[in-house]
Design a protein around this ligand. Structure first.
Ligand code: DNO
Length: 407
């Protein structure tokens, strides 16, 4: 697979010069300064592409070309927004970029309750606690039906989530509440979705307004809206050979009363068949999928490798009570060695990035985006390079060595 890295543009504290030193071949990025819904112009795309190329790498994948909320909930301006989206696709293709990672998650792009959950060896990882998430939903957001939803979820999991959230209420301080809000709806969202930004003064209120846009939208309706969007853009994708790859929902289950439609085998099968065109494909995010007990990651990879246009290498560990954390890239529920075998045999050119990574050795003080440390991700990248070199030898594929000496 092509070794790529998610880079957040010229303001990213991790520079392209640093990435060149660690064997990165391709860059995964976006025009982060263009507001959601606006057209990405050829000039802006070209400027960033040329900048990346001046470091000897290519712009391999766009992550993300965001799908506006209004397209997801079928707002009155969705057709105009889809027209803008199509124009951005044409402009990207004209600049030689042909792979787009996007998501169809309402409001919340990805969810964690703790961004620096300490590990015994001094590193830390991202973490999702059901009790804390339910506490946020019931007592901070005060969402109608929150308690009912968590009661139902608890019954499915044989866990008293509502009781645990109530117990937390006795111990959480206002500072803890603030931190939880930061973790769930600010720090994990601002740099990826643009729905909520670090400088927003009343994030909870804003979040409530965003949620209210989805009142009454069922899973079937959201599916129809995705079908509508994909059917509308496919002619442009065909015309300019653009590969769309949806990111699975993270975590892969329902939260906050919102429908989620890319969580499991049946969902993936549904959207691939709904618009049966090779340009409608999947980002195989092993991490997101492995946070759901219902998913067998290796089986999914085998089944969907032929419609996968981008891979996120990451793996989660699920605790007995259902909470999950991000495991190392050689552990957890996703067998990344087996996944490398599967994807390498199908397409050794497939772009792959290590996703997230431990926060380690001072990463925590450097102001990196949540989950996107440098040393932790570099460590993971080293592990994945080792996996690829080994798997390639097994498969008789030539492994492209990072060049670190003069020929
Ligand atoms: C989180 C990321 C997601 C992903 C988007 C794709 O770390 O995996 O934010 O980029 O969902 O649209």
């Amino acid at each position: 697979m092509e070794k790529t890295w998610r880079w957040f543009g010229k303001n990213d504290k991790i520079t392209l010069a640093m990435l060149r030193e660690i064997g990165v071949e391709g860059i995964v990025t976006a025009l982060h300064d263009v507001p959601n819904g606006e057209i990405w112009t050829r000039e802006k795309i070209r400027d960033l592409r040329e900048y990346i190329e001046s470091y000897g790498m290519r712009w391999s994948v766009v992550e993300s070309l965001p799908v506006s909320e209004s397209i997801k909930y079928a707002g009155p301006d969705r057709d105009q927004l889809i027209e803008n989206y199509k124009q951005s696709l044409r402009n990207l293709a004209a600049e030689g970029i042909h792979t787009i990672c996007y998501n169809f998650m309402p409001v919340l792009d990805w969810a964690r309750t703790d961004l620096l959950h300490p590990n015994p060896n001094g590193t830390s990882n991202l973490y999702f606690s059901f009790a804390q998430f339910a506490y946020f939903d019931i007592y901070i957001l005060k969402r109608e039906n929150a308690e009912q939803d968590w009661k139902a979820m608890g019954e499915k999991m044989d866990r008293d989530i509502v009781g645990e959230a109530a117990a937390l209420r006795q111990t959480m301080t206002p500072e803890d509440d603030h931190q939880l809000v930061e973790n769930i709806i600010v720090k994990t969202q601002g740099f990826v979705s643009g729905n909520i930004r670090e400088e927003d003064e009343h994030p909870v209120e804003l979040f409530r307004q965003l949620l209210s846009l989805y009142k009454g939208i069922t899973k079937d309706q959201l599916r129809e809206n995705m079908r509508y969007f994909l059917s509308a853009i496919m002619p442009v994708c065909d015309e300019c050979d653009m590969y769309m790859c949806v990111h699975p929902d993270d975590p892969p289950f329902q939260i906050l009363g919102l429908p989620r439609i890319v969580t499991c085998d049946e969902d993936i099968e549904w959207f691939l068949n709904a618009v049966d065109n090779p340009h409608n494909g999947l980002t195989f995010c092993a991490g997101s999928l492995s946070a759901g007990k219902h998913n067998d990651i290796t089986a999914l990879a085998r089944k969907y490798a032929a419609r996968t246009w981008f891979v996120h290498m990451r793996s989660c560990h699920i605790f007995d009570n259902g909470d999950f954390t991000e495991a190392g890239h050689l552990g957890g529920r996703a067998d990344l060695i087996e996944l490398a075998r599967i994807f390498e045999s199908v397409n050794p050119q497939l772009p792959m990035r290590v996703d997230h990574g431990m926060t380690m050795l001072g990463d925590e003080n450097r102001g990196y985006n949540a989950g996107y440390s440098f040393l932790g991700r570099m460590f993971a990248m080293g592990q994945v390079q080792g996996i690829l070199a080994t798997v390639d030898r097994e498969l008789g594929i030539e492994y492209k060595q990072p060049v670190n000496f003069r020929q």
